[in-house]
Design a protein around this ligand. Structure first.
Ligand code: G6P
Length: 370
């Protein structure tokens, strides 16, 4: 335990605990005094340009790509503009369809990822307006983009990204609400409701971090397994992908994230007695559907942990072995809370396996070569 780690054993744990502050810092100054509007004075993007957007492409690598999967959901729900999310190393070589009415959003903690930078340049050369969501304002990506929304997560040292990812989610919520106001796609009441719920997130997260002992116990339980699965639908699937990546990066346990409804088309063959399955169940609109997928894996003997709301705990316990409850928020905002137990799970599983949590083998914090 050193002073630079703020009393924590690892940078990753410190950074997980810095998320409530990162949320507050990223929102500060971007919500007006009435609490009813998002303001992004840093943007050069004009209202006219916003009204002309025909499609949005979100491009990033690794964890930032997973933030982009949530970002797609946020923008489509709030603004009804078609959004694609792509990994940068694929995007740049698939001759993407870009027009002057395309907005390209690149997401990068470091702002230096070679593939993301190359994708940005490709998009600009094709006439797109490029917005960067980055944690480093003096970075190459920030310099080359037409617009920047800075995440204010502070320096992230651990290779496995945590607070940068969740701050990217906050940036997407803010930008989505901003687009919605300009394009008139949400009522003022709906916008106010979302802003209020966003402002509750830091405190809700603090409460979760104080009550996370059960995650540590569960991590020790899964630490001796070699394979496990994450399942979910909608944004729960996006979060499942990030949870799976986090676990692979630092615990070296093989895991796969699957859309819950797609299991039966192949992956169910891998479900056997005692295999851990982590189910995200936060989206009311597909709650029953997800529960029926949980029953499918339960019937094959899987050992299931569900992440859900308090009011579903008792019914879910009929089909799962353990539950971790998250505080109530709007369906759009659940990723900002539900990913946190998965970060802690990866952290404690890595610790239980005696791995170098902050510096996993073969990985670099920032990949500046292709
Ligand atoms: C590396 C890191 C990942 C990160 C990815 C993108 O692979 O190990 O944690 O998500 O790069 O980094 P960026 O700085 O562009 O967000």
């Amino acid at each position: 335990v050193t002073a630079e780690k703020g009393g924590f054993e690892h940078f990753m744990l410190k950074e997980i605990h810095e998320q409530p502050k990162a949320y507050r810092d990223t929102m500060r100054g971007r919500i007006d005094a009435t609490g009813k509007r998002v303001i992004l004075p840093e943007l050069k993007l004009t209202h006219e340009q916003i009204l002309n957007i025909r499609n949005i492409q979100i491009v990033a690598c690794g964890t930032a790509y997973h933030a982009g999967l949530v970002g797609r959901n946020v923008i489509e729900q709030l603004v009804r503009i078609p959004v694609e999310t792509d990994v940068a190393s694929e995007y740049r070589y698939r001759s993407p369809i870009v027009t002057p009415e395309t907005l390209v959003i690149v997401v990068s903690q470091s702002g230096e990822t070679a593939d993301t930078l190359a994708a940005l340049r490709e998009a600009k050369a094709n006439g797109a307006h490029v917005l960067a969501i980055t944690n480093v304002v003096g970075s190459s990506i920030a310099r080359d983009a037409d617009d920047v929304i800075a995440t204010l997560a502070g320096p992230e040292i651990a290779v496995a990204s945590t607070k940068a990812y969740t701050s990217q989610l906050i940036a997407f919520y803010l930008f989505g609400l901003y687009l919605a106001e300009v394009r008139g796609t949400q009522t003022p009441e709906a916008v106010t409701e979302i802003i209020q719920a966003m402002q509750e997130l830091p405190e809700q997260l603090e409460g979760m971090l104080e009550n996370s002992d059960s995650i540590k116990a569960y991590a020790e339980q899964i630490a001796h397994h070699e394979h496990l699965f994450f399942i979910g639908r909608g944004v729960d699937f996006a979060v499942a992908q990030e949870g799976s990546l986090k676990l692979k990066e630092i615990s070296y346990i093989h895991s796969e994230a699957y859309p819950a409804g797609e299991l039966k088309h192949g992956t169910l063959a891998l479900i056997e007695e005692g295999i851990p399955v982590i189910a995200l169940v936060t989206q009311e609109s597909v709650y029953e559907k997800t529960v029926s997928n949980i029953k499918e894996v339960n019937a094959r003997g899987a050992d299931i942990m569900a992440i859900t709301y308090e009011d579903h705990v008792s019914t879910l316990l009929k089909s799962v072995d353990q539950v971790f409850a998250i505080p109530k928020t709007l369906p759009l905002l659940t990723p900002a809370l539900s990913v946190v137990p998965l970060q802690l799970l990866a952290y404690y599983a890595s610790l239980a396996r005696g791995n170098d949590v902050d510096k996993p083998r073969n990985l670099a914090k920032s990949v500046t070569v292709e």
